[in-house]
Design a protein around this ligand. Structure first.
Ligand code: ATP
Ligand code: MN
Length: 478
């Protein structure tokens, strides 16, 4: 194969009057003369100028939207508007034809819903090209952030016998013949005969295993897929999503919040720097989309301004109790505009409440701390008031909860007492409790939903559009 230059490198090189070979897919072909070629390295297409008078008409016909080409020619300063350079083609080879009658992606605007149905091809649109380059940069930024700070990337298991939250929203893992599983004498499914000799499921969180790592390595993080069989058809939930879960020994609740805020700012700043063109494109896309909304529903800031705003301002920190007071006194609560009215202390916050705090009241990201212990998990450290735990949720505009975390309960007696109260069998988590028996120490951690981060940074409205092949109720295509 002839050496090929990627379009991004070629455009950034600033060179002209050199011979080049480029390869990519045709976005459009105008007047039998101008090919817009894209190879995914950048949002910008490269314009190829075809000497159509001296090109075989049969070949010209095969240059259609979606076709894969190899083009060799001279890189020259462009005479046209809209691009700085062109390639004057000297040879064009069709690597793969694309029947224009059948190719589902036409050079026009398609709805996001339609593109979800052709997720195998949607990478070839400007919007999805930008989204997945941004997603790539964000994941690299996450690793860079932690690696620069001496965290160890720990691979926690995907198949597990524990349900970290005790929520029961797990996918079972079995190799039984489901039509005819072995039964015990009392007629129940006999998991002792299953592959692992016990009932197992896909992990809902790597946290508990992550904590074990932190109790030796000090600072660890996981970054892997997690699975939740929650039947929530929302724009913020997936059945398979990626989570980043740092766990840190010797961190208290404040250290934990500081780290989470630093991480979010770091990755946003990283992607603003590395994917400027993509983010400008996505920012414009959002502006265009919002033009169809009534004035009062449009964002006050563009996407780029919103990202910048996030970097330049401290996140607002307040306790759950303070938040309840604000919500109780809020106009939508008094005018009964909330679907769930905030009546008193102790109830869980709904997404409408979180969004009110972030978008209307503080108008910036919010870190809510010290929730009632009844609405949080057993492993969160109990505060001295006997009512609350050292939990923190980070709430983002347009998203709601993006991070959930806490200082972990390191005191064995308190932890066991809480497990007894909630009815979590201690025998099953003997290994987790061991870390409290042998050299336990104050420690903290959190989970950041990666797709919620990508959703925020790209300004997209639906989480199904920021993961290549979304998994949600009644859908596992591709
Ligand atoms: P929510 O209340 O939004 O369902 P959660 O309380 O269930 O969130 P955690 O169990 O604390 O969330 O998980 C940590 C993070 O993982 C959340 O802050 C969120 O960013 C992300 N997350 C949780 N569930 C999902 C999901 N189904 N799809 C995508 N991301 C999720
Ligand atoms: Mn949930």
């Amino acid at each position: 194969m002839s050496p090929r230059t990627k379009i991004k490198a070629l455009l950034e090189s600033g060179k002209t009057d050199i011979d080049v070979t480029v390869k990519g897919w045709v976005r459009t072909f105008r007047n039998n003369q101008f090919i817009a070629l894209n190879d995914g390295s950048t949002n910008s297409n490269l314009q190829i100028v075809v000497d159509f008078e001296n090109t075989d008409p049969a070949l010209l016909k095969r240059i259609s939207t979606g076709a894969a080409l190899s083009v060799s020619g001279r890189l020259v300063e462009s005479l046209g508007k809209g691009q700085s350079v062109d390639v004057k083609a000297t040879s064009i080879e069709i690597l793969g034809d694309s029947d224009p009658e059948k190719y589902p992606l036409q050079p026009k605007k398609h709805s996001l819903e339609f593109l979800r149905e052709i997720a195998h091809l949607r990478f070839r649109t400007n919007t999805f090209g930008a989204i997945f380059r941004v997603r790539n940069t964000l994941s690299f930024a996450v690793h860079t952030f932690f690696q620069e700070r001496g965290f160890v990337y720990l691979h926690t298991p995907v198949i597990t016998a524990s349900d970290a939250e005790g929520a029961g929203e797990t996918f079972h893992v079995t190799n039984f013949d489901l039509a005819n599983p072995p039964k015990t004498e009392t007629g129940e499914v006999d998991f002792k005969q299953d592959f692992f000799g016990r009932a197992t499921n896909l992990t809902v969180s790597g946290q508990l295993e992550g904590e074990l790592g932190a109790m030796a390595l000090s600072d660890i993080y996981t970054f892997g897929p997690t699975f939740r069989a929650e039947n929530s058809n929302t724009t913020r939930h997936l059945a398979e999503f990626w989570m980043i879960e740092p766990e840190m020994a010797f961190y208290d609740a404040k250290d934990n919040a500081d780290l989470a805020e630093a991480l979010l700012k770091y990755v946003i700043s990283y992607v603003l720097d590395k994917n400027k063109e993509d983010l400008e494109f996505l920012s414009q896309r959002l502006l265009d989309e919002e033009k169809q909304k009534p004035q009062n529903e449009r964002s006050e800031m563009t996407l780029l301004e919103k990202l910048q705003f996030c970097l330049n301002n401290d996140f607002e920190r307040l306790t759950y109790t303070e938040a309840i007071d604000i919500l109780k006194e809020s106009t939508p609560n008094k005018k009964k505009k909330f679907q769930y009215l905030v009546e008193g202390w102790g109830t869980d916050l709904q997404s409408e409440h979180e969004r009110y705090l972030v978008e209307k009241h503080f108008k910036k990201p919010v870190i809510l701390t010290d929730y009632p212990k009844e609405i949080k998990s057993f492993y969160m450290r109990q505060n001295d008031d006997g009512k609350t735990v050292a939990a923190m949720d980070i709430l983002f505009p347009g998203i709601g909860e993006i991070v959930g975390g806490s200082q972990r309960e390191e005191r064995l007696d308190k932890l066991e007492q809480r497990m007894d109260e909630i009815g979590i069998p201690k025998e099953e988590l003997w290994w987790y409790l061991d870390t409290r028996r042998f050299g336990g120490c104050p420690h903290s951690g959190f989970g950041l939903g990666f797709e919620r981060l990508v959703l925020f940074v790209t300004g997209m409205g639906n989480i199904r559009d920021v993961i290549p092949f979304p998994r949600f109720p009644k859908n596992a295509e591709f």
